[in-house]
Design a protein around this ligand. Structure first.
Ligand SMILES: [Zn+2]
Length: 143
């Protein structure tokens, strides 16, 4: 991928879930019930003011910082796929690396993205797909 550092990763307000990367509007902190209809994970969410399907979970901390940028339905699916192959690298049946930390260190180097930016929660759909495909091809010999 030519554009290694997606500019959105560097936009603090998007990475922190304060601005919607799709609508470029502000977001609001909402209760889980407003997203799922009931409390499932015990966290709050940052939701887009324009489009209710754009949201992201927050840390269960007193100040409820977002876990990353807001996602739409497609990005949520892409994130799950990326986490699946990434977790398999250290926690799967045939682990490639010793630990989660080692895995992220190696991938940060492989993709040429600084460690502080190599987080799935910061990536857009295109990057999630690129990371997922690259890991599958490189470490699991599949497409
Ligand atoms: Zn939005």
């Amino acid at each position: 991928m030519e554009d290694k550092l997606n500019p959105y990763w560097l936009d603090e307000s998007i990475v922190r879930g304060l601005k919607c990367p799709y609508c470029h509007c502000k977001t609001e902190l909402v209760e889980e019930e407003e997203i799922y209809g009931s409390a499932i994970y015990g966290r709050k969410y940052r939701r887009c003011l324009e489009e209710s399907s754009h949201y992201v979970g927050c840390y269960r901390s007193p100040n409820h910082l977002s876990l990353g940028r807001l996602a739409d339905d497609e990005l949520r699916q892409c994130r799950m796929n990326a986490h699946e192959v990434l977790d398999a690298l250290w926690n799967g049946r045939h682990p490639v690396f010793d630990s989660r930390q080692k895995t992220y260190d190696e991938l940060s180097f492989l993709f040429g993205v600084p460690k502080e930016f190599f987080h799935i929660g910061m990536m857009d759909a295109a990057w999630c797909k690129y990371v997922t495909k690259t890991i599958q091809e490189r470490y699991f010999n599949s497409i």
